[in-house]
Design a protein around this ligand. Structure first.
Ligand SMILES: Nc1ncnc2c1ncn2[C@@H]1O[C@H](COP(=O)(O)OP(=O)(O)OP(=O)(O)O)[C@@H](O)[C@H]1O
Ligand SMILES: [Mg+2]
Length: 134
């Protein structure tokens, strides 16, 4: 019996993640410099399907956003983007950056320039990234 149908939505985040304290601690330490207005470290999350990779990334970035002013998170599932530039477009839109940049005629370098010139700290979650060779 399904007790809470919201749990079946892609965007659902459990209030607590069980048995993931080490992983939460590790990703948090990668992102911690952001709280001092420095660059965070990249983190690569791997594991079997259903292990909680997407949930972990969203959970930790949401905690960071809650605890730190001026942090914005962008999320993309690369399986729903046809190209890497399309994935970058979706990432920025989700983080509410460069909303004026048209999807079909914006070069990747223009998106990156927006990222560089944004005052807020940006955290990007690039899910299912292994589908792209580059
Ligand atoms: N630590 C946890 N405690 C409780 N529920 C969890 C935990 N981690 C993930 N879940 C739940 O388990 C399900 C699968 O998690 P998730 O989609 O993050 O896995 P995934 O590793 O990204 O899978 P895939 O490789 O298929 O994308 C989701 O419903 C999520 O809410
Ligand atoms: Mg996933």
């Amino acid at each position: 019996m399904i007790l809470d149908a919201r749990a079946l939505r892609d965007a659902f985040l459990p209030q607590e993640l069980y048995h993931r304290n080490n992983e939460i601690g590790h990703i948090s330490s990668c992102l911690r410099p952001i709280q001092d207005d420095l660059s965070g470290e990249h983190a690569l999350i791997t594991g079997p399907s259903g292990a909680g990779k997407t949930t972990l990334a969203r959970y930790v970035s949401q905690q960071l956003e809650t605890q730190t002013l001026g942090v914005r998170t962008g999320y993309v599932n690369c399986m729903s983007a046809n190209t890497t530039t399309g994935a970058v477009h979706t990432l920025l839109r989700d983080a509410r950056v460069g909303l004026d940049l048209p999807r079909d005629s914006t070069a990747r370098s223009e998106y990156f320039e927006r990222v560089r010139t944004t005052d807020d700290q940006l955290v990007f979650i690039v899910d299912e990234v292994d589908i792209f060779d580059d």
